[in-house]
Design a protein around this ligand. Sequence first.
Ligand code: MLT
Length: 393
Amino acid sequence: MKPNHHYQDVAETYLFSNIAKKVNAYLAENPEKSVLRLGIGDVTLPLAPAVIQAMHEAVDEMGKKETFKGYGPEQGYAFLRESIQAYYARRGVSLSTDEIFVSDGAKSDCGNILDLFATENSVLVPDPVYPVYVDTNVMAGRKISYMQATKENGFLPMPDPAVKADIIYLCSPNNPTGASYTKEQLKGWVDFALENNAVILYDAAYECFVTDGACRSIFEVDGARKCAIELCSFSKTAGFTGTRCGYTVVPEELVFDGMSLRKMWLRRQTTKFNGVSYIVQKGAAAVFSEAGEKQIQENLAYYRENAKLIATCMDECGIAYTGGKNSPYIWLQCPTGMTSWEFFDYLLKEIQVVGTPGSGFGKNGEGFFRLTAFGSRETTMEACRRIKALLKK
Ligand code: MLT
């Protein structure tokens, strides 16, 4: 047997596992310290009451012979796909339920979707970027080119006609920078993909944070149905990071070399996936109920307020940053020319605040640092207090 040697080409540990390891090592040596974690973008508010109620009811159904469910449809129950369809329709995007695939989260789909593409395709990703796009392609032995997301272009790279690509990753609002594309900018990418017979993998996991009219779905853009797949999740929208539910939209029009990507994805999912549990899907559908939507908006407002607190803290410390507006992430420049990991170590050692080193997202992330607004209010306020005490001039 020969193992997949491409695994030698990725870092030994995944970025967020590496951070957790470092923090645990620090805590083992300093058990008396209180560490404030604003690193991984993990939510802290509990599930909305409407979600909990729906899941309790679903548990009861599973306990009765008449309503018990075995294997569900691999693509997701119709009730959830119809709710997702209606969610898009409210934003003027028309989807067929056959184009919506429920999964256990955007991260899994992000890796699994690569089953549809030949290895020789070239891949274009922004730098900095959510490391999953890069690592999953490297593991599969694909060649990656990078588009530069820098302060100069507002962290929103646009197509370079000199760079060709078959698979293009876009994430907006962006993880890690928080920058968001407008519809006009996304039109530029859609036109580029259509001209190059490329497919865009559009990560919309943070769409619920948009407040300024930026695009929330690539399908708001004309032509996107012919070149884009959208990945989305209930993790950030409704606090499902531990509950696990997401969805992927693969439009009918995506046909390459006579092969329908939608049909291929259906074939892939029916073969390799047995669907998300009924209980979780019932909870996810409750996100779109009137009560659910209201409760979820309250949670999002709470995180937005955290983002504002962190942004104000940065202003008071004279630290340049982006994000925090359409996004739960504040992307800041490390002070006094420190590298990302130096700043990580400095904050951990001096004030026990954990963030994510920008260089973990790519070479353009060097010298930057990401803080998340998904912490509790108490953690966020205390972290801001400690940061100010350390860095305010
Ligand atoms: C992050 O911190 O970038 C995210 O939580 C990672 C993820 O969504 O998997």
